[in-house]
Design a protein around this ligand. Structure first.
Ligand SMILES: NC(=O)c1ccc[n+]([C@@H]2O[C@H](COP(=O)([O-])OP(=O)(O)OC[C@H]3O[C@@H](n4cnc5c(N)ncnc54)[C@H](O)[C@@H]3O)[C@@H](O)[C@H]2O)c1
Length: 321
């Protein structure tokens, strides 16, 4: 199968592209390297350095005629979406529609769209939250993800383009960037390895920090493989169903770093700061429906953190840091 992966130079998209190539598929990547890295691009993929908002995108689709589009490209920071909702909508809605129109014109059969279970449900009353819970998006980023899901359903009914939506929990693992506001596993790991203090964002009533559902990137990549042939017209949560407080996550990373390579003194108590606008108090996904895809998570948090930290240390050693 020929699959065009947008955002295939990014953290999750590159892991997905690798999994597709390993399974014998032909992969084309479109990415403008806004947050992605060319070193993440699988050398067996054909790479177009391009913005998904570009008019040139249609030409790429005319040339490549992909069977499936896997759409990972996005402005993916909640705080950035609050700060600049116009930019967020430009990439996440207009860029998404530009991809969808290009796909429709070139005869693409299916779109696998990456939404956010950690965002679209908002501060849901049902917890863990299932796919049938009515979304209450609480940030511009969450709104754009939910709107995109609605466009897919429209394109399916009007043009017959199939789709599967994967609503990710908090994905972590190798290649996650430790910069910016997202990716707390990568941020804590890098700060502890560098001997710097970490910061926990908390609501006053919940000093242990917010809760999140942390899912290993290899498990997310496997869901994208299964979605090639399953989950027609469906929406699926991809997570673990296990809530973790940020302070417990910090502790687990702290102990893993301390036990593998030692740690500077005085870093065991992170600073705390008031939660930021758009930060959800808690988020955890009900994941039973993903069995329809043939999917369930395979890597528990402790093991996923161990793999992530070991890989990060190896990368830092290779960079001579
Ligand atoms: N990381 C998570 O926990 C998480 C959770 C829920 C959903 N998601 C979604 O998963 C997807 C991938 O996220 P990630 O964590 O790998 O982030 P990432 O920033 O590493 O990946 C995004 C990729 O998209 C590319 N990109 C951004 N704007 C683009 C544009 N205008 N044109 C072309 N390429 C562009 C970036 O360069 C990058 O390679 C996003 O859609 C994000 O919203 C991520």
């Amino acid at each position: 199968m020929k699959i065009l992966v947008t955002g295939g130079a990014g953290f999750i998209g590159s892991n997905v592209a690798d999994a597709y190539i390993e399974a014998g598929h032909e992969v084309v990547i479109v990415d403008n390297l806004f947050t992605g890295k060319s070193s993440n691009v699988n050398p067996k993929a054909r790479f177009y350095l391009m913005d998904i908002r570009s008019e040139e995108l249609r030409k790429v689709f005319e040339i490549e005629k992909p069977d499936v589009v896997n759409h990972h490209a996005a402005q993916m920071s909640v705080p950035a979406s609050v700060e600049d909702p116009l930019f967020d909508a430009d990439v996440n809605v207009k860029g998404f529609l530009n991809m969808l129109e290009s796909a429709r014109r070139s005869g693409t059969k299916k779109i696998i769209f990456i939404s956010s279970g950690g965002a679209v449900y908002g501060n849901a009353a049902e917890y863990p939250t299932g796919e049938d819970y009515p979304p209450e998006p609480a940030s511009p980023y969450a709104i754009t993800k939910y709107v995109s899901e609605k466009y897919l359903s429209f394109y399916r009914s009007l043009y017959g383009i199939d789709y599967t939506v994967l609503r990710y929990a908090n994905i972590y693992g190798p290649r996650q960037a430790p910069h910016g506001e997202a990716g707390v596993v990568a941020i804590f790991t890098d700060r502890l390895l560098n001997g710097s203090m970490c910061t926990l964002y908390c609501y006053k009533e919940e000093p242990r920090g917010m809760t999140r559902d942390y899912c290993y990137v290899g498990d997310a990549a496997r869901a994208n493989l299964l979605a090639l042939s399953n989950g027609s017209g469906g929406v699926y949560n991809i997570g673990t169903g296990v809530p973790t407080h940020t302070s417990d996550l910090f502790r687990a990373i702290y102990e893993a770093v301390r036990d593998t390579c030692g740690i500077s003194q005085g870093l065991e108590h992170p600073k705390t700061r008031e939660a930021r606008p758009g930060d959800l108090r808690r988020s955890c996904l009900r994941i039973g429906k993903a069995k329809e895809l043939g999917w369930e998570p395979g890597v528990v948090l402790g093991e996923g953190l161990r793999r992530t930290i070991e890989r990060r240390m190896r990368d830092l050693r290779l960079q001579g840091a």
